[in-house]
Write a protein that binds this ligand. Structure first.
Ligand code: NAD
Length: 308
């Protein structure tokens, strides 16, 4: 069987069409503000791309260029401005802990990226709603959510199994454990029932909901193993190593593996299609679609249009 390449543009198309129709039908104009406080050309490119996608779907996008020192005050202003429905910041700004602080300065009702403390905490604790009456779904960080939507599209999520357990029986490796993508992604996949090997430069952890997925949310264990031992066991391998030097050896992969790369560098070897059943070379377009989806959700929460 030959490998099927799935492009992010294909997965994102149905989400984008749905968002576009929704905005048109309801005659609304949700507004997203992006703060750029660095000179990073990759951030500038991401901003241009967001702007183009937003224009196509009917979302108003405003890029605000500010200095690093102005940023916190400008976020506070946008938090209080009723005409702004969503806020995103192009990171890194200061790098390290100060950026974590800035992520939590964004109001949870405007946090389209899902990076404030409450949303990240809820991902780790498998809390799916913002409120006790379960009318407002939590905002999920965009790139981990994009990976989940791709796995649903491909059929790795089994719809016959009840919602919340649909990855039961799947073994997945995530090669990246950053706080923005890899760790929340591993937690979400494990919360949905998968056994997840989370790999970073310091070692390997396993995220599971225990035998028979009996736990309410995932547990994490440090394990003494190697990439060579775990990768052949995996049905899905998701890579996010931010360097062109890193390559996942095709020879380690299970025959018929689903291979997904979210890094800006190509993390799989050129012959990946000789082993994979499905190959997804990038996820960026789905990430932007998730950003817009989160924006619409927050627009409705701000206007009390919840799923009662
Ligand atoms: P980061 O630098 O914060 O994290 C990198 C992670 O990779 C760390 O966990 C690190 O330990 C791990 N790592 C590095 N070398 C490794 C190795 N040899 N083996 C195993 N693990 C290794 O970066 P980040 O913010 O998570 O971004 C990672 C990549 O994903 C970048 O290329 C970035 O551009 C891309 N990204 C893409 C999207 C998207 O939507 N497409 C969104 C965010 C990030």
């Amino acid at each position: 069987m030959s490998c099927k390449t799935i492009l992010a543009s294909k997965v994102s198309a149905s989400f984008r069409n749905q968002i576009k129709e929704d905005i048109k039908e309801r005659n609304i104009k949700p507004k997203l503000v992006g703060f750029l406080a660095n000179e990073d050309p990759a951030a500038m490119k991401y901003a241009e791309w967001t702007s183009k996608t937003c224009a196509e779907t009917g979302v108003e996008f405003e890029l605000r260029k500010v200095t690093k020192l102005e940023l916190e005050g400008k976020i506070t202003e946008a938090n209080e401005d009723k005409s702004v429905n969503g806020i995103m910041v192009y990171y890194p700004v200061f790098g390290g802990k100060q950026d974590l602080y800035l992520q939590s300065c964004v109001s949870e009702l405007k946090d389209v990226e899902g990076l404030c403390h409450k949303f990240v905490h809820n991902v780790y604790h498998n809390i799916r709603f913002m409120d006790d009456t379960e009318t407002m779904k939590c905002i999920i960080p965009c790139t981990p959510l994009a990976c989940v939507k791709i796995l649903e599209y491909i059929g790795v999520y089994n719809p016959v199994i009840p919602y919340g357990n649909r990855l039961y029986g799947r073994t997945i490796a995530v090669i990246n454990r950053s706080e923005i993508v890899g760790r929340p992604l591993a937690a979400m996949l494990a919360n949905d029932g998968a056994k997840v090997f989370s790999v970073d430069v310091n070692g390997i952890q396993v995220f599971t909901r225990g035998t028979g997925i009996k736990l309410a949310h995932h547990k994490v264990e440090d394990i003494d193993t190697t990439v060579e031992e775990i990768i052949p066991q995996c049905d899905v391998v998701i890579t996010g190593v931010p360097t062109p030097k890193y390559k996942m050896p095709t020879s380690l992969l299970k025959d018929g593996v689903v291979a997904i790369n979210f890094s800006s560098s190509a993390n799989f070897e050129d012959d990946i299609k000789s082993k994979a059943s499905i190959f997804v070379p990038s996820v960026g377009k789905v990430t932007v679609a998730m950003l817009e989806r989160n924006l619409l959700r927050l627009h409705d929460y701000q206007n009390n249009l919840t799923e009662k």
